[in-house]
Write a protein that binds this ligand. Structure first.
Ligand SMILES: *Cc1c(COP(=O)(O)O)cnc(C)c1O
Length: 230
């Protein structure tokens, strides 16, 4: 299947799932996940209408950044080491993987030096596997309590990678708990916290995620095909 055919299919699904949650496809941001994908194929996707792309490795972002058209938003969706922040921060419009205090501090420091507010999402981990990155929902309020000390970081919402499972009920529970958390947080709005974005849903679960309230989906293989290992 060509990128064009895949995209048409994905857009159709997004429209249908958005309708099921009382929304339209304009309410959903499709982030094409381009990790391991060549620049040629990325540009093919942007010519077909993709405006947001997601990468997960700082080094790959550095290699690609000069070739990405100016009007395309680049999203950092992978785990971020503190010492890599400086390499990617200028080129990314949203960092989805804010998950610890040391990273909050570093992003704020780099934002300050550029005199910019850096847009981020807090990554939530629904599992007990700490290697997956993200904080548990139960730790969210404490984390947000520190935010006011870091005025160059702006938090726009939450992100998660759902459990790897075919169990639709489990997926719905995880996604709907994200949505509920986002709603509950609206009462804590501040100058650098305005929760509007829910980044959740990948190739195998984006339809369910949208039905449960996702505003941003991150889709790779359903657009570009299986990633070749390298
Ligand atoms: C790779 C990746 C995706 C996309 O995965 P697909 O299954 O190819 O759609 C989404 N989110 C994150 C954080 C990823 O690393």
């Amino acid at each position: 299947m060509s990128i064009q055919e895949n995209l048409n299919h994905v857009w159709e699904n997004i429209e249908q799932s958005a309708a099921k949650s009382g929304r339209t496809k304009e309410d959903i941001t499709l982030i094409a996940v381009t990790k391991t994908i060549s620049m040629n194929r990325i540009l093919e996707a942007t010519k077909l209408g993709i405006k947001d792309i997601g990468e997960n490795r700082p080094q790959e972002i550095q290699e690609k950044i000069d070739f990405i058209p100016e009007n395309i938003h680049l999203h950092m969706i992978g785990q971020l080491q503190t010492n890599k922040v400086k390499y990617i921060i200028g080129g990314c419009s949203l960092i989805h993987s804010l998950d610890r205090l040391s990273l909050l501090r570093e992003i704020d420091k780099r934002g300050k030096s550029m005199d910019k507010k850096i847009h981020t999402l807090i990554q939530i981990n629904h599992t007990t596997d700490e290697n997956r990155g993200g904080i548990p929902l139960s730790g969210l309020e404490d984390f947000l309590g520190c935010l006011s000390e870091y005025p160059n970081v702006f938090v726009d919402g939450l992100m998660c990678v759902a459990s790897l499972t075919e169990d639709e009920t489990k997926l719905r529970t995880e996604f709907s708990s994200m949505r509920k958390a986002l709603e509950d947080l609206k009462k804590y709005e501040t100058d650098n916290f305005r929760p509007t974005i829910l980044s959740m849903g990948m190739s195998h679960d984006y339809k369910i995620a949208i039905e449960e309230g996702a505003t941003h989906v991150r889709i790779g293989s359903a657009i570009f095909g299986d990633r070749t290992r390298r």
